[in-house]
Write a protein that binds this ligand. Structure first.
Ligand SMILES: Nc1ncnc2c1ncn2[C@@H]1O[C@H](COP(=O)(O)OP(=O)(O)OP(=O)(O)O)[C@@H](O)[C@H]1O
Ligand SMILES: [Mg+2]
Length: 137
């Protein structure tokens, strides 16, 4: 048996049906801390269903899933605090500038220090760009 405490993600016997149609049949997977993991399978195999369960957006019918030591079914709030999720399309607001998008994410995640740091870095990048522009044009 795999020790779940050492794993970043540990999924055991996950099952899910949609209206009697069994989509996940005893899914088992584990992801080591510090590794990169890709979930690949054919269309309709259940990848999105699995990700929705792991990100607390959908309840499994049975089985267990632990992320960074937190049980997805029993501790959804804690799980949401340690994960980030992006869909297959870039999760940026096209009506906002890059700087505004970063600020919005920082505000949503209550990270004032990160907003300050990103402003500093973007200001430095702007100054550098302006210098290069003045030198060449
Ligand atoms: N809300 C739903 N209600 C009913 N059936 C669903 C629902 N969501 C997904 N399914 C079905 O469950 C199966 C798995 O779907 P899922 O989206 O998890 O697969 P996927 O591996 O992400 O597919 P793709 O590669 O196309 O993104 C498919 O047969 C799909 O039609
Ligand atoms: Mg999918």
């Amino acid at each position: 048996m795999v020790e779940t405490k050492e794993k970043l993600i540990a999924v055991r016997n996950l099952q899910k049906s949609y209206k009697g149609h069994k989509v996940l049949k005893n899914i088992n997977l584990s992801v080591e801390k510090g590794s990169v993991f890709a979930l690949l399978d054919s269309n309709g195999a259940g990848k999105t269903t699995t990700i929705k369960i792991l990100s607390t957006l959908l309840n499994a019918d049975s089985g267990s899933a632990v992320i960074n030591g937190f049980n997805v079914m029993k501790e959804p709030e804690q799980v949401r605090g340690v994960i980030s999720l992006t869909g297959q399309y870039a999760a940026v607001d096209e009506g906002l500038t890059g700087r505004e998008n970063i600020r919005m994410i920082g505000k949503l995640r209550h990270l004032p220090q990160a907003i300050k740091k990103s402003d500093e870095l973007l200001d430095a990048a702007d100054r550098r760009f302006l210098k290069l522009y003045e030198a060449c044009c």
